[in-house]
Design a protein around this ligand. Structure first.
Ligand code: NAG
Ligand code: NAG
Ligand code: NAG
Ligand code: CU
Length: 218
């Protein structure tokens, strides 16, 4: 009985640590999704070139941003720029907000200043969660009008949101260089810890903990 619940607890712990960070359903992101480099500014480990990527139309009077969060909580920044390599000079396009609860969050009415119509650029989504900052980018073509909301634009049943301020996220509007500096170090440390946990080290730790559990219960 004790053993069963102990093992269940260990497995639960393992599952929560092995989870990814977040993904974007809409608009489509650029570059291969990589969980390990999602903390790399500006696009999660992908160095974009607007001349090399295909763009998705994004309607300035209202369009959809849909994400799936695999952390229990995150604050979010939506930002755009028209730099060919997505460096700096970002414009914020939605107030920073906090999501509580894992799962899908679909925002069907993100608006963009009309001066961007006819321009190609990037929509960047930044998550500030328990293991630091995480990034994804979509390459977009800003067009007039309002998008129709797709039927899969839904919110997870346990997801709630609230307005919040987050100075560190706001500072990301001015960040231009890829974060190879000290700022990235805490992120890296956590991500390598997670990697180790997922690998052999993790199995060994869990094995030892289970053995310990057996010894404690008999
Ligand atoms: C920053 O972006 C805005 C709008 O995208 C543009 O008008 C402005 O010239 C840019 N500034 C710099 C320094 O590139
Ligand atoms: C998701 O929830 C937000 C508010 O938290 C709401 O503005 C939005 O419309 C919801 N999305 C859908 C698809 O209902
Ligand atoms: C971005 O940098 C400019 C110039 O250095 C500064 O005036 C502005 O306040 C900064 N914005 C944010 C959001 O940090
Ligand atoms: Cu994460």
């Amino acid at each position: 009985m004790y053993l069963m619940s102990f093992i269940a607890t260990v497995m639960l712990l393992f599952t929560s640590i092995a989870n990814g960070h977040f993904t974007v359903e809409h608009p489509p992101t650029i570059g291969q999704f990589n969980d390990e480099t999602e903390g790399d500014h500006p696009c999660g480990g992908y160095s974009p070139d607007i001349t090399q990527v295909s763009t998705t139309d994004f309607h300035v009077d209202g369009d959809v941003i849909a994400t799936t969060l695999t952390h229990p909580e995150s604050t979010w920044l939506y930002r755009i720029n028209i730099d060919p390599t997505a460096q700096g000079n970002w414009t914020q396009v939605w107030p920073i907000f906090q999501q509580s609860g894992q799962g899908k969050f679909c925002n069907p009415r993100v608006t963009i200043p009309r001066e961007f119509v006819g321009k190609k650029g990037f929509l960047g989504i930044v998550s500030h969660a328990v293991d630091g900052f995480l990034y994804q980018c979509s390459a977009v073509n800003f067009v007039k009008g309002t998008a129709t909301t797709p039927s899969d634009c839904t919110n997870g049943s346990s997801v709630t949101t609230s307005w919040i301020s987050d100075d560190q996220l706001t500072a990301k509007l001015n960040e231009s260089t890829p974060s190879s500096s000290k700022q990235h170090t805490p992120n890296f440390a956590i991500s390598s810890k997670r990697e180790a946990f997922q690998g052999f080290g993790g199995m060994l730790t869990i094995g030892l903990m289970v053995i310990l559990g057996v010894m404690l219960t008999v």
